[in-house]
Design a protein around this ligand. Structure first.
Ligand code: AMP
Ligand code: ZN
Length: 112
């Protein structure tokens, strides 16, 4: 499958790694939108939040269990936003589930 995040998870495409375990990988976004912008991806191909099922939800659970450590390692001491874009209206560009951890400054309350 031609999926860039699967390739990053396999290590065939390099990434600026922040954290890794059996279930997930966290790395810095190549085009950061905030001073700290980390992506957390499952090490299994799940296309989006719309594709989470009872069979694969362990990846989501494990990601959220790891998020506090990932945020701390990335220096997100003042708080952070967790975002997952799903589908066209949300402008999801990479069709492999990922969670944006964003922060490093006071973020605007409204998305605009
Ligand atoms: P989304 O628009 O929610 O699908 O987010 C995809 C994110 O992946 C964007 O913020 C991109 O900047 C980021 N991205 C795409 N390719 C790479 C890559 N090779 N390494 C790191 N981040 C990437
Ligand atoms: Zn994938």
């Amino acid at each position: 499958m031609d999926c860039i995040f699967c390739k990053i998870a396999e290590g065939t495409i390099p990434s600026a790694k922040v954290y890794e375990d059996e279930y997930c990988l966290a790395f810095h976004d190549i085009n950061p939108q905030t001073p700290v912008h980390v992506l957390v991806i499952p090490k299994a191909h799940i296309a989006s939040a719309d594709e989470v099922t009872g069979e694969n939800s362990v990846y989501v659970t494990k990601i959220f269990e790891a998020i506090p450590a990932i945020a701390a390692k990335a220096g997100l001491t003042g708080g952070y936003r967790v975002i997952s874009n799903c589908g066209e209206d949300a402008c999801q560009t990479v069709k492999h589930l990922h969670f944006h951890l964003m922060g490093g400054k006071k973020l605007p309350e409204q998305m605009g």
